[in-house]
Design a protein around this ligand. Structure first.
Ligand code: NAD
Length: 489
């Protein structure tokens, strides 16, 4: 195996200014910091900033601001006018792309090449896409015959730490396009890009109260989703918390979409172009250190090509560069938090105790920060915890199958149903597999492709509702008649 030395190519962190402390963004302005807690750079455990913990009273203020905006200027705007704001936000995101990429990498730990080439451009693309819908909702098939689609009102949005800016865009863009107002809570370990986005809202002259950002941990999220003046909830996060939210709103008039966990099967048939599949498998599980809801974390490989695929995977993993997320050469950055690192370690150890064989390439991990090497687990059985539970880390569990029927049975043998991959030369088999797999997204001969035009969402314990595309808009409107104060399109 030839080895290569790369000269370091660090991105400059001077393009972004991080304040020492942050308050909330409510009614178009930043509040004074209070009850602060630290947000860390997971690559070296340094404190990036102190952010505020919102209590019920702060959440109340944010929801009240969103309600006023909904019943005020924003609610009276035409779709075309709303669209202008979305276009403006999209353009500002593009103009400030480097700033966002650096900030996201510092706060999350993911490689700069991912924030620069994926997170930030895809977030901007979501605003551009939804800007186009704002004045065309009647063509989106949103209206039932004779009825007019209307916004719900105030939307509570709670998001996780794995794609902080992108999840914000997935949430805020469709909500604004359809005329709702928003209170968003970012994850406690990655609040900074949402707070920078608040500046973008100011820069775009978005009317006060249309977007409000409150920071804090699960208690803040709970206060937000349980607030009586919230009309709709959009949550992305763990299945465990999704269930708590579903229980807490049962019996209320609140609408909800829940985008939860996953345990995707990436199915490789013996007729697949193996080298191409190996690239797809690597991208499928090691993108964002595997901290991806739709990560291809269960490799199902046809028995007769198992040894070849595993040998090629091992060879490829030896070329992955793990280290400083700000270095443009880096393929794998840091794990987002100590808690997440502990979860990964515990689960992998359990897999080994249950009989899986563990392999990682030789790599030197930094001594500070939260790190886990790219890892293969072979000899995994369907009953092993590493085959059933979401690891959410750079760990691939390898299982085998003999027939397409067995592949489908094993792929569907999960509580989740978010995504799946199929690698084969045969188009007819792709269509058959896509029909059989109980997953919201099925990729064929590729993996982890995202586009704002394409709906994304799960079956079973991966949640309900779709985000993106025309289907994603539907979650943000109702066809019931408007109240006298309700907004119109
Ligand atoms: P998490 O559920 O712990 O937290 C998600 C968010 O919910 C955070 O902002 C958190 O503060 C908040 N929260 C915690 N308890 C709450 C409560 N009781 N009420 C309201 N809000 C509460 O998830 P996480 O660890 O941040 O994220 C990882 C999870 O997210 C994984 O399971 C992953 O699969 C999932 N995810 C799913 C998608 C998808 O589109 N399906 C996308 C990304 C991540």
């Amino acid at each position: 195996m030839p080895t290569f030395d790369y000269a370091p190519a660090p991105e400059s962190r001077s393009v972004v200014t991080i304040a020492p402390t942050y308050g909330f963004f409510i009614d178009g302005a930043f509040t004074r910091p209070k009850a602060t807690f630290a947000t860390l750079n997971p690559a070296d455990e340094s404190v990036l900033a102190e952010v505020s913990q919102a209590g019920p009273k702060d959440v109340d203020k944010a929801v009240a601001a969103a309600r006023r905006a909904f019943e005020g200027e924003w609610g009276r705007l035409s779709g075309a006018e709303r669209g202008k704001y979305l276009f403006r936000i999209a353009r500002i995101l593009q103009e400030r792309a480097r700033e966002f990429a650096v900030l996201e990498t510092l706060d999350n730990g993911k490689p700069i090449k991912e924030t620069r080439d994926f997170d930030v451009p895809t977030a901007a693309a979501h605003f551009f896409y939804h800007a186009g819908w704002a004045d065309k909702l009647e063509y989106a098939g949103l209206s039932a015959p004779g009825a007019t689609a209307r916004p719900h009102g105030v939307v509570a949005q709670v998001i996780p730490w794995n794609f902080p800016l992108l999840m914000l865009a997935w949430k805020i863009a469709p909500a604004l396009a359809t005329g709702n107002t928003v209170v968003l809570k970012p994850a406690e370990s990655t609040p900074l890009s949402a707070l920078l986005f608040a500046e973008v809202c100011q820069q775009a002259d978005l009317p006060a109260g249309v977007v409000n950002i409150v920071t804090g941990d699960g208690r803040t999220g709970q206060a937000l989703v349980e607030h009586p003046d919230v009309d709709k909830i959009a949550f992305t996060g763990s299945t465990e918390v999704g269930k708590i939210i579903a229980r807490s709103i049962a019996g209320t008039a609140k609408k909800a979409t829940l985008e939860l966990g996953g345990k995707a099967a990436n199915v490789v048939f013996d007729d697949a172009p193996i080298d191409q599949a190996v690239e797809g498998i690597v991208g499928g599980i090691f993108f964002n250190q595997g901290q991806v809801c739709c990560a291809g974390s269960r490799l199902l490989v046809q028995e007769n090509v198992h040894d070849e695929v595993v040998a090629k995977l091992k060879r490829r993993l030896q070329t992955l560069r793990v280290g400083d997320p700000m270095d443009k050469n880096t393929d794998l950055g840091a794990i987002n938090s100590r808690e997440q690192l502990d979860r990964i370690t515990t689960l992998v150890d359990a897999g080994v105790a249950e009989g899986a064989e563990r392999w990682s390439p030789a790599c030197t991990l930094p001594t500070k920060g939260f790190w886990y090497p790219p890892t293969l687990l072979t000899g995994v059985a369907q009953t092993h915890r590493v085959a059933t539970e979401e690891i959410f880390g750079p760990v691939l569990s390898v299982l085998t199958f003999r027939t397409p029927q067995e592949a489908v049975a094993k792929a569907n043998n999960t509580a989740y149903g978010l995504s799946a991959g199929v690698w084969t030369e045969k188009g007819s088999r792709i269509l058959w597999m896509a029909d059989q797999l109980r997953a919201g997204v099925v990729w064929a001969n590729t993996f982890n492709r995202f586009d704002p035009t394409s709906p994304f969402g799960g079956y079973k314990e991966s949640g309900y509702g779709r985000e993106g595309g025309r289907h994603g808009l539907e979650a943000y409107v109702t066809t019931t008649p408007a109240t006298p104060t309700g907004a119109t399109r």
